[in-house]
Design a protein around this ligand. Structure first.
Ligand SMILES: Cc1cc2nc3c(=O)[nH]c(=O)nc-3n(C[C@H](O)[C@H](O)[C@H](O)COP(=O)(O)OP(=O)(O)OC[C@H]3O[C@@H](n4cnc5c(N)ncnc54)[C@H](O)[C@@H]3O)c2cc1C
Ligand code: FES
Length: 503
């Protein structure tokens, strides 16, 4: 965010028509719009914020074929053919990004790098050996088990090396995609919140101001679909993940992608920054992520950042300072694969792209390729694999675990508030207060003025929790998030927390 200018677009101000309306200008939405535009379709993209202002601006942008759920696990869940198709689609996505970068002459630091997967000290390497064999069966023939990562600062032990992974600057890429969309005749409108999506003969997309886009098809690329109440949200869960950006001397850490197999795992890469952004002598930024927790179910970000820093300093003693830290949200599907295609229980012309785990850069690109084919009536070999209505029986255990966790969150309806009364809420923070049968989300601003709204999430009635680090209200059920005044930030909720007068 500090190193990329973002093109500005105007809000949607007049009813309009297009072949396809796309909601969400993250990597999934803009890639879909770009590819449809190249195919000669007219597109209108609508987004709440500036382009890329969802999770795409928070990503660490590893472009990897190595997936969060191991290939041996994908084989168990989707068979050898499924794992093969998954590998093929992610590899094709990196190739497609590379081709777009070349064709559009995008200056976004795209480069091919190796990726290294290693186990924590003292743990068995059995899973690495299983993964090596599974990747070969999935057609990733370049993987190899080597003695250790090419790092001098710590001994990773045996490591699985993936060749031809990649990295880039996601916002510089998004900026160029948006300009190409406009060049090809598409429209992008930001600061435009969509409140209603109806499929059918002609899809209708309504904004908060009551304006309407009509289109032959609509793509909901909002990271967590805002048009789906239940069908998909029972099959995926939202997690917060944390990142630090640490200064290291130029060239002291070899440029590559690094991952361990802890749960949650650590993910590391290197990014060169202009020296003005960092302390003297340090021109590389070591980006280290991990420490995930389920959204709305923990409020200890400070400790997580410190643990992340301790983990990084122990392995990379050349770190001088930690000038950046941030968190974001990833959506984990129960059966290890994204949901991309027609939205179940919806009009035939309503499409979604979600469940990207920590592989959303490639999944967002796969979504662009797959949805462009589906909308144009073309066959695509990945369509069945990513079909949103699929039910994977082999994932029943994980599904049951997530369902139990979800059910437990509704106990918050009968518990006490976080505090007895407003006087106990320090300025600049928020807390849940019980008032009779109602639970109130109360935020005390720095000048001591109290702002209240209902604590009941408008998606399916979860009770939101205060997130001190982000100063947001986060729902522990399916990951909706709201700013301190109750304005919706993240789906699946599509509306704000209710004002007290509406209760
Ligand atoms: C910290 C972190 C690290 C990550 N690291 C990696 C990585 O290394 N590699 C990788 O491949 N992936 C990674 N991911 C995942 C990846 O960043 C995401 O999966 C991806 O960016 C999601 O893109 P998207 O287009 O689906 O959604 P988003 O980028 O979230 O875009 C959705 C857009 O929809 C808009 N929107 C939502 N609701 C509405 C509405 N009602 N009306 C109008 N607009 C709306 C939002 O404003 C937003 O701009 C990481 C994620 C995080 C958080
Ligand atoms: S996100 Fe589903 S109930 Fe809040």
């Amino acid at each position: 965010m500090t190193t990329s200018a973002r093109p500005q677009f105007s809000p949607f101000s007049k009813n309009a028509k297009a072949d396809v309306c796309i909601i969400g200008a993250g990597i999934a939405g803009l890639t879909t719009a770009y590819l449809l535009g190249r195919a000669g379709r007219s597109v209108i993209v609508l987004d709440d914020g500036p382009i890329g202002s969802g999770e795409t601006e928070r990503t660490t942008a590893h472009l990897a074929i190595a997936l969060d759920d191991r290939y041996f696990e994908l084989e168990r869940l989707h068979g050898e053919d499924g794992a093969w198709l998954a590998a093929q689609s992610h590899s094709a996505a990196i190739d497609r990004i590379e081709r777009i970068v070349i064709a559009e002459q995008i200056n976004c630091g795209f480069e091919r790098v190796n990726g290294y997967l290693f186990a924590p000290p003292g743990s068995s390497i059995k899973d690495l050996e299983r993964e090596l064999a599974a990747t070969h069966r999935a057609g990733i023939t370049g993987t190899e088990l080597i003695a250790q990562c090419p790092l001098n600062s710590f001994d990773t032990g045996p490591t699985l090396r993936f060749t031809r992974q990649a990295q880039f600057h996601p916002l510089q890429y998004m900026a160029a995609l948006s300009q190409a969309i406009i060049r090809d005749g598409g429209c992008i409108h930001t600061q435009t919140h969509v409140v209603k999506i109806e499929g059918g003969e002609s899809a209708r997309i309504q904004t908060r101001e009551g304006l309407v886009v009509t289109a032959d098809a609509v793509v909901v690329a909002t990271n967590s679909p805002v048009n789906d109440v239940l069908a998909i949200h029972t099959k995926q869960a939202s997690y917060r993940t944390f990142v630090i950006g640490a200064s290291v001397p130029a060239g002291s850490v070899p440029k590559a992608l690094y991952w361990d197999t802890e749960d949650p795992y650590h993910y590391v890469r290197l990014h060169s920054l202009p020296s003005t952004e960092l302390s003297a002598g340090a021109t590389d930024l070591l980006i280290v992520g991990g420490e995930d927790h389920k959204t709305g179910q923990a409020d200890d970000a400070e400790e997580r950042y410190l643990r992340l820093e301790r983990w990084a300093r122990a392995r990379f003693p050349m770190i001088t300072e930690v000038p950046f830290r941030w968190s974001g949200q990833v959506v984990e599907p129960v059966d290890g694969l994204a949901f991309i295609g027609r939205n179940p229980l919806d009009g035939k012309n309503v499409y979604v792209a979600t469940g990207f785990s920590g592989n959303g850069m490639t999944y967002g690109t796969i979504a662009g390729m797959l949805l462009t084919d589906l909308i144009q009536g073309n066959e695509n070999p990945w369509a069945i694999l990513y079909e949103p209505s699929r039910k994977t029986l082999q994932a029943a255990m994980k599904f049951a675990k997530e369902t139990l966790n979800l059910a437990a969150q509704y106990a918050d309806w009968v518990t006490k508030g976080d505090v007895e009364n407003h006087a106990q809420i320090p300025p600049g923070t928020g807390a849940i207060v019980r008032r009779g049968l109602e639970k109130i989300a109360a935020y005390c601003d720095p000048s001591g003025v109290m702002h209240e709204c209902s604590a009941v999430c408008p998606h399916l009635g979860g009770i939101v929790a205060w997130n001190h680090s982000e100063e947001t209200w986060d729902c522990p059920c399916h990951g909706s998030r709201f700013d301190k005044f109750g304005k919706v930030l993240n789906g699946p909720a599509i509306t704000n927390l209710r004002e007290l007068k509406d209760l």
